[in-house]
Write a protein that binds this ligand. Sequence first.
Ligand code: GRF
Length: 213
Amino acid sequence: MGATDPDRPPRAKRLVVLVSGNGSNLQAIIDAAADGRLSAEVVAVVSNRPDVFALQRADAAGVPAVHVGVHPDEERSDYDARLADVVAGFDPDFIVLAGWMRLLTLSFLGWFPERVINLHPALPGDLPGTRAVERAWDEAVAGTRTSTGVMVHLVPDEGVDNGPVLGTATIDIDTSSTFETFAALVHATEHRLLVDTLSALCTDTPDRTEVSA
Ligand code: GRF
């Protein structure tokens, strides 16, 4: 009876989640893993910022919460090598960037090919970078767009919010509503898409995932 025993249930995938702030997407992952919607275990949460709420969420869930701060004058590649060391120590199957607000270089990415997954609140090729939700809303108010979306993708290299797409959801923008209502819809859609996409990946059925807002 070896590791390939077909009767043995597959080992839950090990996720390390990288965060920089609130951690509502981290919470969605933790909750889905706890109630069985996601066949995975969050084995660590790593933040580049101290004292963020995401680290408290990890603590509350009994998950190791690690702060890897940037040293003054440190080269980006040196930070990324240290980060890779910490993350590799948790032996992850996948590394999930869930509100991770720092560009990663190949000093990190090179250690985890096809294993780093990013969540971005816009559709592929649209609105890369920060404040994508605000920019989509502003354009809708200005009359130059009617919809946006969210996506989950692999991170192969240093491109910003770009890489093989694993899942998408399109969201219509109702400008008769408020920005807060729109932003809440975007985040709720992110939570569902991220869990559904990870669930497909963790059960080895990684067909592209689509959810509706
Ligand atoms: C999300 O909108 C994510 O797509 C973006 O930052 C936000 C993080 O939210 N990169 P949270 O920390 O998961 O609540």
